[in-house]
Design a protein around this ligand. Structure first.
Ligand SMILES: [Zn+2]
Length: 145
């Protein structure tokens, strides 16, 4: 029985324009297929396309979130750039920290230099060596060190 063979299939009635009907009939003639099959194929391929677009959008959204986290981490953690710091103030550390430039560990009791900036933010420290390099940039040309 046909009804048993196609028990997962449903009828879908919908109103379409005359132009759309003509286009579907033309396509059916071109494919030498029944109009109903053409309609089904068009709908299925359209849904596949939507799924692909949704998948791509999710992929882009995930990448955007990853990028935002990366930016956030860069902003909150050790800053890549110390451009907004207008000066370095010498102090004796009470808590352990690390140099923002060379990542040297700075123990409590050690001499360090705190970055002063216009905008509030997490404290940034430099070790004595990096401050020395700031004072005499010409004597030691160590890129990224
Ligand atoms: Zn340093």
């Amino acid at each position: 029985m046909a009804a048993a063979r196609h028990r997962h299939e449903r009828w879908l009635h919908t109103r379409i324009s005359e132009d759309l009907e003509d286009a579907l009939k033309r396509e059916a003639r071109r494919q030498r297929s029944p109009v109903s099959l053409v309609v089904r194929n068009v709908l299925e391929s359209a849904l596949d396309m939507v799924e692909d677009i949704v998948e791509d959008s999710l992929h882009i959204a995930r990448r955007s979130r990853r990028f935002a986290r990366h930016v956030e981490r860069a902003a909150s953690g050790r800053p890549e750039t110390l451009d907004d710091i207008y000066g370095w103030q010498e102090l004796i550390l009470n808590r352990a920290a690390s140099c923002a430039k060379c990542a040297t560990a700075l123990a409590g009791g050690a001499r360090a230099y705190r970055g002063l900036r216009d905008e509030p933010g997490p404290p940034v420290f430099l070790c004595a060596g990096c401050v020395r390099r700031l004072r005499h940039p010409s004597t030691q040309k160590e890129e990224g060190a």
